[in-house]
Structures are given as structure tokens and as C-alpha cells.
Ligand binder design. Structure first.
Ligand code: LMR
Length: 338
């Protein structure tokens, strides 16, 4: 979107919220994925809880599928106050001046959801949200999507299979390094453009959890998918700090409670929705699904682990070490529980 068009949209949207402002608070919640995804469904859940509990005093308007803004534009729109709430993927925070969030992109750092949740809900997540405050943003919650899988129009069984492939990535330096470590050629692209880019061969492949792949119909334009679980995709629900602090305290408390419940709901459905999406991809028979065997996975890991070291200074060595320690603790508990 051109800057002029963007400014016009901002003015139009702020004018419309001024008309409504006299008697109600409007929260425009923009996101880029389909409504029937964990993020899309949780946004609707939040809307329903908020509107019920504030008896219509707060109206939440959810705009899915990049309907209002694409990835980078929605960040700008939040800072300008044209929308009030977003849930961008954790891979999209570096341009906001918060490279720490790229911890979540480090390949093979999280062996399971338990580790991810402890990292999100503990000191690491708190540190990241504190950083957002310095950027005029306020973090409300961390949401799941799931573990990412690789797809392309050729089989991706070994690291060598990536050589020279153009792979779409989100705007994360870690993801850029990850694809380069595999020998691929990473291309940053907005989520809304990926289907067409795959269809037209602008890029050869991509990575995403199955549910994003399926709901964007990428399986129709990708012949091969490798279940590699090589990385995690999650979200931070964020608001404009000035907007948030300007809300009446009782409304803020109601919104916080609704967000807590929407978050529990989101996390409770994310894994099952991804499992189901993978089954739907299989059933569509347009994409061959390959489960990466353990020996090969070890080789992918070996190729990708140097990326952790490369980003120690921009992400923070302490945050990386804390995540390793949490993963080890979760593993220890799992063994003890057997
Ligand atoms: C992507 O751009 O691939 C994802 O971040 C989209 C999303 O929000 O899940």
C-alpha cells in the first residue's frame, strides 16, 4: 500500500472511530490469517467475551486475512492508531526494534509445546513484553500456532535438497540465516502474497504450520511437505500503549480477563487444529507428506544449530540459555513422569 493511501485509510478509520467514540469504545483487531485458524478463532472468542461482559460498551471488530493491512502495514497502523489490536507472529518484531523475539525462530530450540509455554509465560516472555513498552506497545498475551513444516514442489528429504531453492520467509533475520544454513535462497514476503507467489513460481517453497498452509490453500500449489518440526510459530497479542493506558481501569480489567480466557482457549485448540490440518492436506492428495526420519532430523539439526550462536548477541545469550534450561527441565520431568 502506498503511503498516501495508507494515510487516507488512517484518517477514514480514525474519523469513523470518532463518530462511535461518544458512547462506545471500538477495538479494531487486525490479523493476516483465516478466521478458522487458532488465532482467528481466539480473536472471535475475545470479541464475544468482551462484548458480552461490557454489555456492548466495547465493540471488537475483527478483520482477518489481511483484509485491512498486510504484515508490515498493520504494525505501522497500530503505531499510528488506525487499529488498536494485532496478533503478529513473533517473527515480525525485529522491524519494531525488538530482535529478542527472534528467539522463537531459532531452529530446533523448542522440543515441545510445554517448553514454549514456560518460555512465553516466564521471565523470558516478561523481558520481551518489557521491551515492547519502550516501543509504544503493550503486550497482552502469547498465543500458539504450532511447529513449522517445510514445503516445496520437490521432495525435501535431505539438507542438500534445499540447495538453490527460493524459500519464502517472514521478516526475521533468524529465518533468513536458517534458510541460508540449508543452502536455500530466502525471500521475505507478506503472508497474503505467498499463495500467488508459490502458484506463479516466484518462490519454490515455504515453511509454516500445517494449519496456515491448509487454510491458505498452499497445499494446492506445493507438491511436497516434510514434517520436520524444525521451528515454532507463535504470536504476541499487542495493543498501542497510549490507547491501552487511556482506557478506564474497569474496562482494562475486563479486557485483561477476557484475553486470559481467549488465550487458554487458543492454546487448547492449536495443536489439534494443526494435526487436523495435516490430515486434510493428506486427504486432498495434492501434496505428498513425508515424515522426516530421526537420523535425517539429526542432520538437519546439525546444519541449523550454528544459527543459535550467530544470533547470541542480537537476541541475548541469557534468553537463549534460559530457554535451553527450560527445555532440559521439561525433558527431566517427562522422564520422571514415565
Ligand atoms: C506468516 O507470515 O507466515 C505467518 O506469520 C502468518 C501468521 O500470522 O500466522
Amino acid at each position: 500500500m502506498k503511503l498516501g493511501t495508507m494515510l487516507l485509510m488512517v484518517l477514514a478509520l480514525s474519523a469513523s472511530s470518532m463518530v462511535q467514540a461518544a458512547d462506545e469504545i471500538v477495538i479494531k483487531f487486525s490479523h493476516v490469517v483465516a478466521p478458522d485458524t487458532p488465532k482467528g478463532r481466539a480473536a472471535e472468542k475475545f470479541k464475544q467475551l468482551v462484548e458480552e461482559r461490557t454489555k456492548g460498551k466495547v465493540k471488537v471488530e475483527v478483520y482477518p486475512n489481511s483484509q485491512l493491512y498486510k504484515d508490515r502495514e498493520e504494525m505501522e497502523a497500530l503505531q499510528l492508531g488506525a487499529v488498536q489490536m494485532l496478533a503478529p507472529s513473533l517473527s515480525k518484531f525485529r522491524p519494531m526494534g525488538a530482535p529478542e523475539f527472534e528467539l522463537f525462530d531459532l531452529p530446533y530450540i523448542f522440543p515441545n509445546y510445554e517448553t514454549v509455554h514456560r518460555v512465553m509465560d516466564g521471565d523470558v516472555g516478561k523481558h520481551m513484553f518489557a521491551k515492547l513498552e519502550t516501543k509504544g506497545l503493550h503486550g497482552l498475551a502469547f498465543w500458539d500456532n504450532g511447529f513449522k513444516q517445510m514445503s516445496a514442489n520437490k521432495p525435501l528429504h535431505t539438507v542438500a535438497d534445499f540447495k538453490g531453492l527460493k524459500m519464502r520467509i517472514q521478516s526475521s533475520k533468524v529465518l533468513d540465516a536458517q534458510m541460508k544454513a540449508l543452502g536455500a535462497n530466502p525471500q521475505v514476503m507478506a503472508f497474503s502474497e505467498v499463495y500467488t507467489a508459490l502458484q506463479q513460481g516466484v518462490v519454490d517453497g515455504t515453511e509454516n504450520p500445517p494449519d496456515n498452509l491448509y487454510t491458505q490453500k498452499m497445499h494446492e500449489v506445493q507438491k511436497h511437505l516434510t514434517v520436520s518440526d524444525h521451528g515454532f510459530l507463535g504470536y504476541a497479542v499487542i495493543v498501542n500503549k497510549k490507547f491501552w493506558e487511556g482506557l478506564p481501569a474497569d474496562i482494562r480489567a475486563t479486557l485483561e480477563q477476557a484475553m486470559k480466557e481467549a488465550t487458554a482457549f487458543e492454546r487448547s485448540i492449536a495443536k489439534a487444529e494443526n494435526d487436523e490440518a495435516l490430515n486434510k492436506v493428506r486427504a486432498a492428495k495434492t501434496t505428498e507428506v513425508y515424515i522426516l526420519p530421526n537420523e535425517e532430523r539429526a542432520k538437519w539439526r546439525a546444519a541449523l544449530l550454528p544459527v543459535h550462536k550467530e544470533f547470541e548477541s542480537s537476541i541475548g545469550k541469557d534468553l537463549i540459555q534460559m530457554s535451553y534450561a527450560i527445555a532440559a527441565q521439561v525433558q527431566k520431568e517427562k522422564v520422571a513422569a514415565k
